[in-house]
Unconditional design. Structure first.
Length: 201
């Protein structure tokens, strides 16, 4: 079973299940451990996600669960939407936010630089565990292996801005956030998809 967790109660439930020897894996997204329900009043539909944003206590429980291994994976739940889709009544606007381009930086800024987890735990949660859960072959850095690599600059400081996304969507709950750390080069299936911070077409 794979569970998506966003509350303190769900973290506690997963912890109890694992302690009882039940095979279960859990994932969460950066918005759930960096944003709270207060953002809904500030940002409206831009902060409308499913499950919804919760309290600061819930966010803290998710961070603890990531640190101690209760939560196995960090995923993006990438859900891009056009401006017009999000710029309407809250009830009619779709759930979700774009997450691919901020995920790594949010983890580096809020977890690694904050001393909550180290780089090894970050790689486990973002790259190794998701492949294990999906029963995919592990990525290896050795001769003869196909390159599936992300090279990062952990000191790159940047501000999330509208129009700065390679995605066609700007529906991020992190517009204006000052982050540290960013991918510079990406290789997928042996081919470069990003070099020196630029998408390879």
């Amino acid at each position: 079973h794979v569970c998506h967790v966003s509350t303190k109660g769900s973290v506690d439930y997963i912890r109890r299940m694992k302690a009882a020897g039940i095979h279960v894996t859990a994932e969460t997204c950066p918005q759930y451990f960096t944003l709270t329900e207060e953002e809904i009043e500030k940002q409206g539909a831009m902060a409308k996600v499913n499950p919804p944003l919760r309290t600061a206590e819930d966010a803290a429980a998710l961070i603890e669960g990531l640190a101690n291994g209760t939560i196995d994976a960090i995923v993006t739940d990438h859900a891009p939407h056009t401006d017009w889709e999000k710029d309407r009544e809250f009830e009619l606007a779709p759930f979700g936010m774009t997450g691919l381009e901020t995920s790594l930086s949010l983890v580096l800024t809020n977890l690694v630089r904050a001393g909550v987890i180290d780089y090894g735990r970050m790689i486990q949660a973002m790259a190794v565990a998701p492949r294990e859960i999906l029963r995919q072959e592990p990525v290896k850095i050795e001769a003869g292996s196909v390159a599936d690599l992300t090279v990062i600059d952990p000191e790159a400081a940047w501000t999330v801005e509208v129009g700065d996304f390679y995605s066609k969507a700007n529906n991020s709950g992190f517009i204006g956030a000052e982050l540290t750390g960013r991918a510079t080069d990406v290789y997928v299936g042996g081919y470069a998809t990003m070099e020196d911070g630029k998408i390879v077409e």
